[in-house]
Design a protein around this ligand. Sequence first.
Ligand code: ATP
Length: 242
Amino acid sequence: MIIKIKKLTVKHEVEILKNINLNIEKNKITALVGSSGCGKSTLLKSINLMLDKELHQEGEILYLENNILEYPKETLRKEIGLVFQSPTPLPFSVYKNLTYGYEYHHKNIDNLDNLVEKMLKKIGLFHEINDFNMEANKLSGGQQQRMCIARTLMVNPKVILLDEPCSALDVKNTLNIENLLKEICHEYTIVIVTHNLSQARRISDNLIYMEEGEIIESGKTQDVFNNPKDERTKKYLQLEKV
Ligand SMILES: Nc1ncnc2c1ncn2[C@@H]1O[C@H](COP(=O)(O)OP(=O)(O)OP(=O)(O)O)[C@@H](O)[C@H]1O
């Protein structure tokens, strides 16, 4: 287990996450599903030390057996990357978007062009754009989102957290991202929040179903879909067909 969450509670005036106990399996895709407002994004943010300041957290999150609070924030975020719902290109060229974080983390920079090329090939952008010096915000939404994933991969994280990465994308771009995640999942641990239950079924190895800040059920995706143990999970997963 690469991440272990123990008795995690996050509260403001009310509890947003309630006594979350969870293990994230290494080099697998874990999908986090549940109704709007159940706490999925809050859970992702807490793993990445990105919780809003006004929120109070109890319990612990271990990354590689160490409490995440023991890591300098930059180190932890290099190891655990977060990709947001909408693409977040920096106001630079595609090339600089990819190299920005890398240059921050590395002193000896050799073969950066090769690395950029390798990464763009990995995410399927290399043959789609002619000029890497073009402004990143000129890319289509789907291309921007893939570029943001590449930017995260550039700093060589071990874990990638994705918060509804396909919600702004059409079917073709959604499938592009899904294929990409399936291709890279042997090298990375992936946790994805999605409202798309068919997507969760297609790409994830493990599934977590949340309701009102609690984990109702978790397990192997196929098992949870085929044989949900809790009535609430069963009812929610039936929405896949709606
Ligand atoms: N900084 C904050 N202050 C107060 N309440 C917050 C804060 N951040 C989140 N919340 C509340 O916590 C709850 C969970 O929010 P969260 O964004 O984690 O849900 P979610 O499951 O990701 O929802 P969605 O699927 O709509 O993105 C919501 O009721 C939200 O209003």
